[in-house]
Design a protein around this ligand. Structure first.
Ligand code: IMP
Length: 442
């Protein structure tokens, strides 16, 4: 079985832990979109790993990791991550494939990102300042530079021409003393020797692997509500974080995806600007932030926190065809007297039960909440559904009803072992091994 694991909210749902947990049941883990704006945190062997570009499966020896054409790659960020992994005793060579069609984040993309945010002023997106948007702009504008282009580094070849034209247009846009295209060219070319051994035709690689009976876990970055097409546009990232991104971002057909697992927190968070209907700007919001250590893994920015938004998760279920949900950070709600669930958005004129495309319409509404009893006995570290306090069990069952998707995995702490895998869930069919061993092979 090949399974996609993707974010059902605004990113930071805890995908890293879930991918790491399920990875032992797969041969390959493949990233299909985003770049080093992602920060997938995994706690294992008593250490904290933050993976940005390299799929979280890299922490398991023997698993191959793929960076697809839909990802934008900053070579320096990739090298820094490889070096960091090496320091921690994790070798990537022979286990990493980077698509020759993946677009590069060039040195000036980051600068353009920061500048564009400054120009937007109060309407800024709150990007991660990693150059992600400008790199995707160049890709869509058909002037981008791809990893495979580095193979031809002649002075008058297409790579040199593309970089020269791009730098000239950057200089016209920004003014000042300007960037020297040759220094950018030399810098970019300098990355090739190190990149080369990893570069592959990822579509072909995956096709051959699948024919040889190897299974693939598709790892999403960011989340459904940050998707360029279906998210809270323009407050989104510049790629398709939803399920379609798997096909376009890796060069595979839809039938290669056997199941879709959405990851959602037991509450909601968002980092950056844009609507967050259930945001709590009060003590409760602060409590969730402190309890959940809700600070961006990449930028360290405090995340905005609020109650679980079932309208948003239902939308994610529809867009992605979710078969099941992995619910994370349940333990953060431990000790609350009551917990709220948003089931609709309401104003004097209307009640919305489906997520609207029009942000003004969304802004005119308040969340309609259902309040359920909280629990005092900690859920932290629970490994069986039956070990959870009755109220926590009811909360989960209610989330399943209002989200319209069964919850197959419940994360009750940051460690791999602090997880409930429900044996009656779809996971039993997908990954009998994971179920058998309670939580994967390793
Ligand atoms: P960009 O992807 O850096 O262009 O940022 C666009 C928006 O997506 C901003 O609101 C970011 O905070 C948000 N974003 C990007 N990557 C992540 C992520 O991995 N987790 C959560 N939010 C993200």
């Amino acid at each position: 079985m090949n399974i996609a694991v993707l974010g059902a909210q605004w990113g930071d749902e805890g995908k890293g832990k879930i991918v790491d947990l399920l990875a032992p049941s797969f041969s390959i883990v493949a990233r299909y979109q985003g770049g080093h704006n992602a920060g997938h945190t995994v706690y294992t062997r008593g250490r904290k790993f933050i993976l940005r570009l390299i799929p979280s499966g890299i922490l398991h020896p023997g698993i191959s990791c793929v960076v697809g054409n839909g990802v934008v790659v900053d070579p320096q960020a990739l090298f820094a991550e490889v070096d960091e992994l090496a320091r921690l005793g994790v070798a990537v060579d022979g286990r990493l494939a980077v698509s020759d069609k993946a677009h590069l984040i060039l040195p000036y993309h980051r600068e353009l990102d920061v500048l564009s945010e400054a120009r937007r002023g109060e309407r800024k997106i709150g990007t991660t300042s990693r150059g992600i948007g400008p790199a995707y702009e160049d890709k869509i504008g058909r002037r981008g530079v791809r990893v495979g282009d580095l193979a031809n580094r002649s002075d008058d070849g297409p790579l040199a021409n593309a970089i020269r034209e791009n730098v000239e247009s950057r200089n016209r846009l920004i003014g000042g003393s300007g960037v020297d295209w040759r220094s950018v060219f030399d810098q970019v070319c300098g990355a090739w020797d190190r990149l080369k051994p990893w570069v592959a035709d990822v579509s072909l690689y995956l096709d051959r692997a699948r024919r040889a009976g190897r299974s693939v876990l598709f790892e999403g970055a960011q989340g459904t509500l940050l998707d360029i097409d279906h998210g809270t546009y323009p407050y989104v990232t510049s790629s398709n974080a939803t399920i379609g991104g798997v096909c376009t971002g890796l060069g595979i057909g839809p039938r290669a995806i056997d199941g879709v697992l959405g990851v959602a927190k037991a509450y909601t968070t968002r980092v950056g600007e844009g609507p967050l209907p259930t945001e709590l700007a009060d003590e409760m919001g602060k409590r969730l932030r402190d309890g959940g250590q809700e600070y961006g893994a990449v930028t360290g920015r405090p995340r905005r926190c609020g109650w679980y938004d079932a309208v948003a998760v239902r939308y994610a279920a529809r867009l992605n065809g979710l078969d099941a949900i992995a619910l994370t950070k349940l333990d953060v709600l431990d000790g609350l007297e009551r917990v709220s669930i948003c089931t609709a958005y309401r104003s004097a004129e209307q009640t919305l039960t489906e997520f609207p495309a029009d942000l003004a319409q969304l802004a005119a509404c308040e969340p309609a909440y259902e309040s359920v009893p909280g629990w005092s006995r900690p859920t932290r570290g629970a490994r069986q559904f039956g070990d959870l306090p009755r109220e926590a069990q009811r909360y989960i069952e209610r989330l399943e009803e209002v989200s319209g998707v069964p919850i197959a995995i419940i994360s009750t702490g940051s460690d791999r072992d602090e997880t409930i895998i429900r044996p009656e869930s779809v996971l039993a069919r997908w990954l009998p091994l994971a179920i058998e061993n309670g939580r994967g092979k390793s």
